[in-house]
Write a protein that binds this ligand. Structure first.
Ligand SMILES: [Zn+2]
Ligand SMILES: [Zn+2]
Length: 326
């Protein structure tokens, strides 16, 4: 048994595709790289492109938060940002064999970037389909109904053909969806927002978006500390650079360095950073990545001076469409 995690939307705040000018600048950079790498012949384009990797070539994506987790025959979805539309397309092509569900959608909170795709989740409109919503917030049902309300969306909730169920979760209490266990823990975000620990077959995923990471020490985290413990993959909010984080206190988003501190202390094996700023293009995210690597190097040098060694951690910035198997 393993956990498979797919990131259908990794951007924060607002869906944000590159402008035509952004694309033009980016393509110019790619072509320049082609020649700077010593390639000359058009027949070498395919090899060059394959070596580049998705973010360098196609960017980090436009869609907002939506994560799919599968274990065996069980699937759950975290948040309904605009990324859920592409997931819906895949479901409706029938390749998964579960066009009628049941679908289990866990909501961390209800900011626009986490609900904007929900009306475009086609199973809502299929007779006989089951869609289950889960959240800690008691206003879950009223809020989801509100997403389908006119004049924001033409089809009212009452006209949906699927059977829709609502499940209000108890904070920090584990529930089971077949062979998946899910526990909500509080994050540091306005309104508020609940992260999720998802476990199956001895593997575990921690969903920590959106969070500012204002509580960092074990004492401050208190009863929410287990969200970060015994974790194979943590998905962490890294919308800002460290100086931006200081400027934007109480905005509810964090920086990669904060996530790395937690990961190193708790022995988290792998970290993916996300909730990319709507204004961040490839080059800005690569700069965040460079700063994060520099920070990790400085921590390692500091540890070496004290004859210590930090635990190994695999990390990167997530891009839309990325799949990780645990
Ligand atoms: Zn968000
Ligand atoms: Zn939010």
């Amino acid at each position: 048994m393993s956990l498979a995690v797919k990131f259908w939307g990794v951007r924060g705040s607002l869906p944000s595709a590159p402008t035509p000018q952004d694309w033009s600048n980016h393509i110019e950079g790619v072509i320049r790289n082609f020649f700077n790498s010593g390639f000359r012949d058009p027949s070498q384009i395919s090899k060059f492109v394959q070596n580049m990797g998705v973010p360098l070539l196609g960017g980090y994506g436009a869609a907002t938060t939506c994560v799919e987790i599968q274990s065996g025959h069980t699937q759950l979805i975290i948040d309904g940002g605009s990324g859920i539309r592409n997931l819906s397309e895949r479901i409706m092509t029938g390749t998964t064999g579960r066009a009628k569900g049941p679908f289990h959608i866990f909501m961390t909170h209800f900011h626009w970037d986490h609900v904007i795709g929900l009306p475009f989740f086609t199973p809502h409109f299929i007779p006989g389909c089951e869609v289950h919503y889960y959240a800690v917030q008691p206003e879950l049902e009223a809020t989801i109904r509100g997403v389908f309300r006119q004049p924001y969306f033409p089809v009212p909730f009452e006209a949906l053909k699927a059977k829709v169920f609502f499940h209000v979760l108890e904070p920090r209490k584990k529930i089971s969806i077949d062979d998946l266990q899910v526990t909500p823990y509080k994050l540091d975000h306005p309104d508020p927002c609940w992260g999720l620990k998802v476990e199956a077959g001895g593997k575990s995923y921690a969903h920590c978006v959106d969070t500012e990471g204002t509580r960092v020490s074990r004492e401050e985290l208190g009863e929410d500390l287990p969200l970060y413990q015994n974790i194979d993959l943590m998905y962490f909010d890294a919308q800002y650079t460290l100086p931006e984080l200081a400027e934007k206190a109480n905005w509810g988003h964090s920086a990669a360095q904060v996530g790395l501190d937690i990961a190193l202390r708790e022995g988290i094996k792998q970290v993916l950073f996300a909730h990319h700023d709507p204004g961040a293009r490839v080059e800005q995210i690569l700069e965040l990545k460079r700063q994060t690597g520099e920070y990790l190097d400085s921590l390692e040098q500091f540890a070496a001076q004290n004859n210590e060694k930090n635990p190994a951690v695999i990390w990167d910035f997530a891009h839309e469409g990325l799949e990780v198997k645990l």
